[in-house]
Design a protein around this ligand. Structure first.
Ligand SMILES: Cc1cc2nc3c(=O)[nH]c(=O)nc-3n(C[C@H](O)[C@H](O)[C@H](O)COP(=O)(O)OP(=O)(O)OC[C@H]3O[C@@H](n4cnc5c(N)ncnc54)[C@H](O)[C@@H]3O)c2cc1C
Length: 411
């Protein structure tokens, strides 16, 4: 039996960074990874170039049953901290639209350097080690992996979620948490393309992409993407592209999407401009969006008429078709196409140091928790910020027997 200060399950960005931060703070850590190498999903991120953080970070960019829970970790570990980490790891970066920060080296290089940084501060790493069981006896966590057994007074579950199973992802971490008594919000695919019903009038427009603004119906009314209008792509089954992927984080089966296909202009105002009065409706629209889409959106009895000929009712019908196209998706492309899984360990059962409120020494970080970022580097940032917070809390707990963020345990 090898003894450590902390056992970390999973070597994604969360587990890797936690191992580094724990080691820097004097904790002995063992990092156990189910796959043959660290950071497999991280290596695929951002089309291989890792969108690892964002200039704009707030609880608005996260979906959870308790989104406010992310504020503490985001305050402790913000954008500048993530950029300092990239600088330390000698990874150049660039800023793209909506404040997205992308690596200028492949994300696989980032994964390797994060592992090296953890090893450099003394962490031990075992790959091919899928932990399915965990014993908790006499205040110690015990796990076995092949011929090796490990024990520690702390365990950090950093196993991620089940999105993208072809990269080896699963829900093992959430199962372990549930067996230790935690509530798990059921996982659902997020950052995933939509599939539309067979009678959707916009089928057949695949290949078209344009800037659009989507809102999702929720119990609290329609919710818009805080990033505003983003690129929307028609696929042969429905919608994809950043606008659709972000909307999918909030979407639930049976709920409607509303799409504004002309988010930067008011069609009503355009129709009131005298110089547009002689234009055909289809021409007015086709100057502002792909002609094939304009033809489908304009009601057939209106498309071929001149703008000036339209009465109030027809103008309203046209505006609603363009600015408020409503559709109830029949589903999404599922976990295989999802970049994240919404749901996970209920964060209301955790303290501010990411520690379980009722299993002392049990910590969580990253996607295994019920905290899902919209598109834009938010999920990797969450993995880093929650790992940083957990590592700080674990180190403070070892040193003082108390949590870093509150007067007493649990953290
Ligand atoms: C194609 C794709 C592109 C993406 N692009 C971006 C992007 O650009 N920006 C962004 O912010 N997010 C992106 N994401 C999401 C992001 O990669 C994840 O949210 C992030 O990696 C989560 O980090 P994590 O450390 O919590 O979990 P993971 O990265 O999933 O790592 C968890 C690790 O735990 C291991 N593990 C699981 N169970 C066990 C077990 N029982 N025992 C031992 N080990 C176990 C897994 O093998 C895995 O290596 C993308 C996801 C995909 C699939």
């Amino acid at each position: 039996m090898k003894h450590f200060d902390v056992i970390i399950l999973g070597a994604g960005p969360g587990g890797l960074f936690a191992a580094r931060e724990a080691g820097r703070r004097g904790l002995s850590a063992v990092l156990l990874e189910a796959q043959d190498r660290a950071g497999r999903k991280l290596s695929m991120a951002g089309g291989g170039m890792g969108n690892i953080t964002n200039r704009n970070l707030s609880s608005e960019h996260f979906v959870s049953e308790a989104p406010g829970f992310c504020r503490g970790p985001l305050r402790r570990f913000g954008t500048d901290a993530a950029l300092s980490l990239l600088a330390e790891l000698r990874i150049p970066w660039e800023e793209r639209e909506f404040g997205q920060i992308f690596c200028l080296e492949p994300a696989s290089v980032l994964a390797r350097r994060m592992l090296d940084a953890a090893l450099a501060v003394g962490a031990s790493f075992f790959s091919g080690c899928s932990v399915r069981e965990c014993l908790r006896e006499e205040g110690e966590f015990r796990v076995a992996c092949g011929e090796n057994s490990f024990s520690a007074p702390r365990m950090l579950i950093a196993c991620g979620g089940p999105a993208c199973p072809q990269a080896g992802a699963g829900d093992c971490g959430a199962h372990l948490a549930a067996r230790l008594g935690h509530r798990v919000v059921p996982f659902r695919p997020a950052l995933v393309p939509f599939v539309m019903p067979p009678d959707w009038p916009l089928h057949g427009l695949e290949g078209i992409s344009l800037s659009a603004k989507l809102s999702v119906d929720t119990d609290n009314g329609p919710v818009f993407d805080p990033c505003g209008a983003r690129s929307l792509m028609f696929t042969h089954r429905g919608f994809s592209g950043p606008a659709a992927l972000s909307a999918s984080c909030r979407w639930r089966a049976g709920r409607a999407l509303t799409v504004d296909f002309l988010p930067e202009e008011s069609l009503l105002a355009l129709m009131h401009q005298p110089e547009n009065g002689r234009q055909l409706v289809r021409t007015l629209l086709a100057r502002r969006m792909p002609a094939r889409l304009a033809e489908r959106l304009a009601p057939p009895d209106v498309a071929g008429r001149r703008v000036a000929e339209l009465g109030k009712k027809d103008r309203e019908r046209l505006c609603s078709a363009v600015h408020a196209h409503r559709v109830i998706p029949s589903g999404t492309e599922g976990m295989r196409r999802a970049e994240a899984a919404a749901g996970g360990v209920d964060v209301r059962e955790l303290g501010p140091g990411m520690e379980s409120r009722f299993v002392p020494g049990l910590f969580f970080c990253g996607e295994v928790m019920d905290m899902t970022g919209l598109l834009g580097g938010y999920n990797i940032h969450w993995a880093l910020a929650s790992a940083f917070t957990a590592a700080r809390a674990m180190a403070a707990q070892k040193k003082t027997g108390q949590c870093a963020f509150s007067a007493g345990n649990p953290c």
